[in-house]
Design a protein around this ligand. Structure first.
Ligand code: FAD
Ligand code: NAP
Ligand code: SF4
Length: 666
């Protein structure tokens, strides 16, 4: 059997999980749409895919504890009936599902938020109200009531959210708890709230119900928990009635990345391994685990009893079924980009997935078999073309995919050269394996013209983009980002023109000097200041970045702070990474010319020569529309997608989405 540890059942006493895979909690925004059929289909699709146990997005126990005003929860009989639609559908699909109870405390985006002490979070505009004794009792009672309503709604368990800096964490550490009553001061007092919550939840739901407690193993904030405190809490929570301990890593306000793509795979699993011998209940490990071989290795090494993966189930609901049937190469990988999931959540948009546009759109976007198979030519094997080809072939069309390059992938083959973006290797490999499996005819190394495309029923042009030439005057040519990423010599001082996504990536490539911290977890932890909670509170250490391979200036014309338009949840990581390497990030720059001695610029009205060896151009893209124009002239109808359609604000998310949606209609 493949992955024997991952696919082994787990006996919890009153119930047995069919394997060791937990789909971790994610806020998708689906519950707030009020379309409960859609919510049910999201979870049922993943239950059909074979996951052992799922946890829902966080449900508020009361209005003051909701992450934002109007956050979903089990408040009325109608709410319970709505959730019943979900749990029934999951059970029909052979799955199990627990409801997460999430009290946000001072992270609640509301002036009514409450906490241990009236100390505002750095990531919220609202100072919380300090709870009195009656207020604390109300919160505990509301959480216990939410748990019994979850049971009434047909859930198999609850997860009590005790990590990521939410309400229960806020009582645990002196960073946020300045109380002097029985809820503050000594650790025994500070852990009273989470332990009481677990005890009261267990009393409310009875013995035959799963109670997961998500415990913060490393807070990554000043005055966070020590390891000794983490263990004391874990043991107390076990005694209070938890059936499983799930791992949480870092508070939301921590300045250390914990799930972004540049975080090494399983970078924090060693902490779960250290927790495991301290308790007798099963423990779950999490964070940056996205492939069955990684999960299997962790379980085989005794790190944990189960593995939690959340975003990987957006990318591929059939993760477990594919792993179990020898089709692991066909698991669409989560590349940990956050672009369509967390970035959407934090912009008030519904979650979906860059790799899988059907995620959270299961009832709206379907790839049904076509009643009328056609011959389809797709030109360009970048993400837009590959996705269009794949969906069309899966629907039963006969697809031929052309690319002038020798490999599929388009610009993804450049992205994967950037240190910290190793996950793009898996994305390209998945596309290649899926294209082969779908029986698509593939013709590489051939620039396609109009004559190649005559006779097809449908033609899709996905010829992508080329770098924009910013036409800066001077005797010396700038180097394109393509030449740079492919290894052109650049010297020891470099100016990068353009501070968009590609400019930032190229700057990271240049300072890294061919060495990726993402594949060296110990170095990554040193660079970011991740220490040992056994020796420093919260596991914070002084960041000790390696010296940059060269001096880099990253420039843009806009007067705003460079990087302001990067991903909502990842932009700060790129800026911090470059800051640690001493990169000078300047906005408000005018380019006068490239000279033998460097790049002449003007900034705040002052002219200066940056004495750099090379100037690298990352000044955006223009569409490759040549083929589309020729087809139009020849009177051949074509669908134009991805960068060939619109280059502005293009990214792989839009390219894949456009490819999938077109092919779903063909
Ligand atoms: P392309 O990827 O450009 O593919 C077009 C394909 O068409 C190419 O393979 C080309 O060879 C082929 N072609 C062109 N003309 C012809 C012809 N006449 N005949 C045959 N074949 C032809 N996006 C993100 O979302 N997230 C990221 O983190 C990210 N990082 C990036 C990092 C770098 C360094 C770069 C360069 C890009 C990054 N992108 C990222 C952007 C993303 O890769 C592009 O937006 C995306 O690849 C565009 O997809 P596409 O299919 O439209 O075009
Ligand atoms: P971009 O984000 O549009 O940035 C282009 C940069 O070039 C801007 O900084 C712009 O700044 C500058 N520029 C534009 N025209 C110029 C001109 N004529 N002369 C000089 N400078 C000029 O595009 P990109 O960096 O090429 O990225 C392409 C796409 O890939 C983007 O959509 C991006 O989101 C995506 N991508 C995403 C990631 C990610 O991590 N999510 C990473 C890489 C790429 P000024 O106009 O202010 O000078
Ligand atoms: Fe993973 Fe990116 Fe999809 Fe989010 S959008 S699930 S991070 S691949």
């Amino acid at each position: 059997m493949p992955y024997p540890h991952l696919l082994a059942p787990l006996d919890l006493g009153h119930i047995t999980l069919k394997n060791r895979v937990l789909m971790g909690s994610m806020h998708t925004g689906l519950e707030e749409t009020g379309d409960w059929n859609r919510v049910a289909e999201f979870y049922a699709t993943r239950a059909r895919g074979g996951v052992g146990l799922m946890v829902t997005g966080g449900m508020a126990p009361n209005p003051e504890g909701g992450v934002f005003p109007g956050a979903a929860g089990l408040f009325t009989p109608q709410d319970i009936a709505n959730h019943r639609i979900v749990t029934d559908r999951v059970h029909e699909a052979g799955g199990l599902i627990a409801m997460q109870i999430l009290h946000a405390g001072r992270y609640a985006y509301s002036k009514d938020c409450v906490s241990a002490s009236a100390i505002k979070s750095p990531i919220s505009p609202f100072p919380p109200r300090e709870l009195d004794e009656a207020g604390i009792e109300k919160q505990i009672a509301d959480i216990a009531t939410a748990a019994s309503r979850a049971r009434e709604a047909g859930y198999d368990g609850v997860e009590i959210m005790g990590s990521e800096g939410y309400f229960l964490n806020q009582f645990l550490v002196t960073h946020t708890n300045h109380r002097t009553d029985r809820w503050g001061g000594s650790f025994e007092n500070r852990m009273r709230l989470p332990v009481d919550v677990v005890r009261r939840v267990r009393a409310a739901v009875g013995a035959d119900f799963i109670v997961i407690y998500r415990i913060s193993l490393i807070d990554l904030i000043p005055d966070g928990s020590t390891w000794e405190e983490v263990i004391s809490l874990a043991r107390a929570v076990e005694v209070a009635g938890a059936s499983i301990l799930n791992t949480g890593i870092g508070w939301h306000e921590a300045r250390v990345p914990t799930i972004a793509t540049s975080v090494p795979r399983a970078a924090f699993a060693h902490l779960t391994a250290r927790l495991r011998p301290e308790v007798t209940i099963p423990v779950i490990t999490s964070n940056r685990i996205n492939a069955p071989e990684v999960a299997e290795a962790l379980l085989a090494a005794g790190t944990a009893d189960m593995v939690s993966m959340a975003r990987p189930f957006l990318a591929d609901p059939d993760f477990v079924a594919k792993a179990a049937t020898g089709r692991a190469d066909q698991i669409a990988p989560c590349i940990a980009c956050n672009q369509a999931c967390l970035d959407h959540t934090f912009s008030g948009k519904l979650t979906t997935c860059l790799v899988n546009p059907r995620a959270c759109h299961e009832t709206l976007l379907s790839y049904d078999p076509t009643p009328a198979p056609k011959s389809v030519a797709v030109v360009g094997a970048g993400p837009a073309g590959m996705m269009a080809a794949l969906v069309a072939a899966r629907r039963g069309h006969r697809v031929t995919l052309f690319d002038q390059a020798e490999d599929v992938g388009g610009q993804l083959n450049l992205a994967r050269l950037v240190p910290g973006k190793e996950e793009f290797n898996g994305l390209v490999a998945w596309f290649a394996a899926s294209i082969a499996e779908a029986g698509i005819e593939i013709r590489l190394g051939q620039a396609v013209g109009v004559d190649h495309l005559r006779g097809f029923d449908e033609v899709v042009v996905a010829t992508g983009v080329s770098p924009r030439d910013p036409a800066i005057a001077g005797q010396v040519q700038g180097l394109s980002y393509i030449e740079t990423l492919r290894g052109a010599a650049v010297g020891s001082k470099v100016a990068v023109i353009g501070a968009g996504g590609i400019g930032f990536d190229v700057a990271e490539f240049l300072v890294a000097g061919g060495h990726s911290l993402t594949t060296h977890p110990d170095e990554w932890r040193r660079e970011w200041g991740v220490g040992d909670p056994a020796t420093s509170r919260g596991g914070l250490a002084e960041p000790a970045p390696e010296a940059a391979a060269r001096q880099v200036w990253l420039l843009q014309r806009k007067a705003e702070k460079p990087g302001r338009r990067l991903g909502k949840t990842t932009g700060w990581i790129h800026r911090a990474a470059l800051q640690m390497k001493g990169v000078k990030m300047w906005g408000g720059v005018s380019y006068i010319g490239i000279e033998e001695g460097g790049l002449r610029i003007s900034r705040d009205g002052v002219e200066e020569l940056l004495a750099v060896d090379r100037v690298i151009l990352c000044a955006g893209q223009v569409p490759n529309r040549g083929l589309a124009d020729l087809l139009a002239e020849a009177g051949i109808a074509a669908h134009v997608i991805g960068g060939a359609d619109v280059a502005a604000e293009l990214d792989a998310k839009r390219a894949i989405d456009q490819g999938a949606r077109l092919a779903a209609r063909l």
